[in-house]
Design a protein around this ligand. Structure first.
Ligand code: IVH
Length: 418
């Protein structure tokens, strides 16, 4: 994305802008510089997780840009970092047709399934050797982004796969998603990119704590929280919920014969995500791995599953993709899923059990919390015997009775939930 020289330049530029205390009128020329510096700071913070400015410094730069834009509104650009924030939406999200349908994935659960899939891949591709690219299967809400002439013009939910909901305003609240990108240098006029919106576990936990304080029932898991948040009509609220995004697939590029690594005989998935990353997009460059055989893939699946709790967000498996675009095209798709990709699902974090009794816990402040006692059931390596029911409303809402069969979910480090 940035060379180290550019990084140094932008950082120094930020610092010197911060030291500039001249009156606003004299700083009109700085609007472009401020945008560049803030975009750089956002990228460091949200894509690289390596903040370069303090919160105070960042806020001062942001405020300066806002003040200048207020004074010179004609000079505001659509991709200015200030333009992520928007007024509330009054309407529901209108339907949009995806340029290419958003397909699902076929699932595998063990080594035998993966070997069968590998065999079918080789039949469809009519080849004896295939390179695979493996990356996390993010457990969030899928989105589709459209860039026209390098500008983000549309963000959509998956919907039924053919038609999604237009959620551009909310997508713009996600700071890791670039509002513009330098596709033009490679002759790319239009590109549709797919990915997942996720909530980091710690953000989710804090969010549920806040809900509990407000007497609201908690959300079951980060996935529901992410997809629910994308449909909130108040973009300010969306921004506060600190969503993250990971982009993992390019579904459409125009023109096809462009000068980027997306085009040509050697073009492949791994390089495509590296390419997007270099343009500032959050893609799984650190997590994705290439393998020459299915045995290596299977081994990686095992080691990765063992480490799943170390990740800051939820994953429910891995996705294995045929790396070469040419082979992908040769293999094609069914109406449900591409033949060149498959999900390897980790062990579920849900289980059913029986509700035996309810105990009431009294907190420090005197609040009473009902706690369900259930038949012990193992979920994701932990035996669960008690599950908080939060408050009376939750019990009523779920219409819980002693002896009921209950579905318990324990998402990562998140507390179990009925
Ligand atoms: S590829 C045609 N890659 O899983 C390409 N999907 O259960 C299809 N998902 O609908 C998608 N992480 O929303 C792909 N690394 C990843 C993914 C991923 C999560 C989601 C995606 C898909 C669902 C299928």
């Amino acid at each position: 994305m940035y060379t180290s020289d550019q990084e140094k330049h932008l950082f120094d530029q930020g610092k010197s802008l911060l030291e500039d205390t001249r009156p606003l009128e004299t700083q009109r020329q700085d609007m472009r510089k401020l945008r560049e510096v803030i975009n750089y700071a956002d990228w460091k913070y949200y894509v690289q997780s390596e903040p370069v400015f303090s919160d105070y410094e960042y806020d001062s730069l942001f405020r300066r840009l806002k003040d200048l834009e207020e004074a010179y509104p004609a000079e505001i650009t659509a991709d200015s970092p200030t333009q992520r924030v928007a007024k509330g939406l009054s309407e529901k999200f209108p339907p949009v047709a995806h340029l290419v349908p958003m397909l699902s994935l076929d699932n595998t659960y063990n080594a035998t399934d993966l070997r069968d899939w590998d065999r079918r891949c080789k039949e469809y591709a009519a080849t004896s050797e295939i390179e695979y690219c493996v990356e996390p299967k993010y457990d969030g809400a899928s989105i589709s982004l459209l860039y026209d002439d390098g500008k983000l013009v549309r963000g959509a939910t998956r919907g039924d796969g053919v038609t999604g909901e237009e959620i551009t305003t909310n997508i713009r609240q996600i700071k890791s998603i670039p509002l513009s990108a330098a596709f033009a240098k490679d002759g790319i006029e239009q590109i549709e990119i797919r990915g997942e919106v996720v909530i980091h576990k710690e953000v989710f936990a804090a969010f549920n704590e806040q809900r509990a304080k407000e007497g609201l029932s908690p959300l079951a898991n980060p996935r529901n929280a992410a997809s629910g948040t994308l449909r909130i009509l108040d973009p300010e609220e969306v921004r506060k919920r600190r969503l993250s995004a990971v982009l993992y697939h390019i579904s459409y590029v125009h023109p096809q014969n462009n000068s980027s690594p997306l085009s040509g005989e050697e073009a492949n998935h791994y390089d495509s995500l590296q390419y997007l990353y270099n343009l500032g997009f959050p893609t799984p460059v650190k997590e994705m791995k290439r393998f020459k055989t299915i045995d290596e893939v299977i081994e990686f699946c095992g080691t990765f599953e063992a480490r799943r709790d170390d990740l800051p967000y939820e994953v429910d498996g891995l996705v294995i993709k045929v790396n070469s675009f040419e082979l992908q095209d040769r293999m094609g798709m069914t109406s449900h899923h591409p033949r060149w990709a498959v999900a390897y699902k980790f062990k579920a974090r849900q289980a059913t059990s029986k509700l035996r009794r309810v105990e009431f816990q009294v907190g420090r402040t005197g609040t009473i919390t009902p706690v369900a006692k259930i038949d012990p059931v193992p979920i994701g390596g932990v035996t669960v015997t008690s599950v908080s029911l939060f408050n009376e409303d939750v019990v009523r809402e779920k219409d819980l009775h002693i002896g009921d069969t209950v579905l318990v979910e324990r998402a990562g480090d998140v507390i179990p939930y009925i």
